[in-house]
Design a binder for this molecule. Structure first.
Ligand code: ZN
Length: 367
């Protein structure tokens, strides 16, 4: 039997491999479902997926690694779940698809499956569901409960980023947290505030209810008061027009500041680690889901327009994007990078009430 020379996966490992990616193809952009009912036989299923070997099961096969033991070759960690088309493609063009690429795809596919497990169900995700962010690294799906100007309350549904443990830690240790992480961002309201006080209660039905006392909303400024600045071109260099450095002012300057602020990687400015955005982190982790990626970018924009982080004088801090009153929508339709920048289609209202609608290039560092 030829199969004697092949280090094949066990049927059980194949099934687990498929289940770990919710039976979806792991090829980036495909995500085709590979399992369903057999229409001729109500007791049978159809499985259109393949447990492909990352390093081939037999000598002479794609990405065969002679250093591996048979046990390593047939181990579940050496497999990636694919639809038939892509399972065949990666084996036909194996010089193009390296083992490390396939390992990356596998871990991305498992991340997507893990994330989709946390999504609220149709039943719980009614129109009141919103993303609520607490400080850096905790984002929950939640329902509005009550809102009285500076007292907000939510029922937490499920975490998108972070966990119940990180949430409990945030609430219990709140008084000793750094001031720069004491903030909340609400996607549906387009609102963000400094948190004055926070507590959690478990309702009689076992639901987590969050109560937050928030600071007042800072008043937006007029973008026409921003003055003049040097223009930065598409590649991030200073723009030169007729031999001189070009300048921007008014709305053009506000637009440019918005782009630069979102393109600054949070933590990269040594003496102001709280400045900048998480666009790079979100791009690398969530670009395969444009809906969630757009929502996360919106949260960053809301945060930067309302949470005071930039020192204006000794007493007062203002938000980085203080000249924006509110964001109406953010849509990202492609994660293609041009000069290392993706484009976000943004509708907003400037601090002076003028509406604006257009594309903002946002720089990211691809990992
Ligand atoms: Zn596929």
């Amino acid at each position: 039997m030829s199969s004697n020379n092949r280090d094949d996966f066990t049927p059980n490992d194949k099934r687990i491999m498929a289940e770990r990616v919710s039976w979806k193809c792991s090829f980036p952009g495909c995500y085709r479902n590979t399992v369903g009912p057999n229409s001729d036989d109500p007791s049978k299923k159809i499985n259109n997926g393949i447990a492909a070997h990352i390093h081939a099961a037999a000598s002479g096969g794609p990405r065969y690694n002679p250093e591996m033991t048979p046990k390593e070759r047939k181990h579940i960690s050496n497999g990636i779940w694919m639809c038939r088309n892509h399972g065949n493609l990666i084996d036909a063009d194996y010089t193009e698809y390296s083992a490390s690429t396939l390992h990356d795809w596998k871990s991305q596919a498992e991340k997507r499956a893990s994330y989709s497990l946390r999504l609220p169900t149709q039943e719980t995700s009614n129109k009141d569901t919103t993303l609520v962010q607490l400080g850096n690294g905790i984002i929950y799906f939640a329902h509005w409960n009550t809102i009285h100007s500076q007292e907000w309350s939510f029922e937490l549904v499920a975490p998108l980023i972070g966990s119940a443990d990180s949430l409990n830690h945030y609430v219990l240790e709140f008084s000793s947290l750094c001031e720069t992480v004491k903030y909340v961002v609400i996607e549906s309201q387009g609102d963000a505030r400094k948190i004055l006080d926070i507590k959690i209660e478990v309702s009689s039905e076992g639901k987590y209810i969050l109560f937050i006392n928030v600071d007042k909303k800072p008043a937006p400024t007029n973008p026409h008061d921003l003055g003049m600045d040097l223009r930065v071109d598409d590649t991030g260099d200073l723009s030169i027009l007729n031999g001189a450095l070009e300048r921007v002012q008014g709305i053009d300057n506000a637009w440019q500041m918005l782009s630069i602020c979102m393109s600054t990687i949070k933590g990269e400015i040594d003496d102001a680690k709280e400045l900048g955005s998480l666009a790079t982190q979100y791009y690398n982790e969530y670009k395969s889901d444009l809906e969630i990626f757009s929502k996360l970018i919106l949260l960053e924009l809301i945060r930067l327009s309302l949470i005071p982080l930039v020192r204006r004088n000794k007493q007062e801090k203002i938000p980085s994007l203080h000249f924006i009153k509110r964001f109406l929508s953010v849509r990202i339709t492609s994660t293609e990078l041009i000069h290392s920048r993706f484009k976000a289609h943004i509708k907003l209202e400037w601090g002076n009430g003028e509406l604006w609608d257009g594309e903002i290039p946002i720089f990211v560092l691809q990992t």
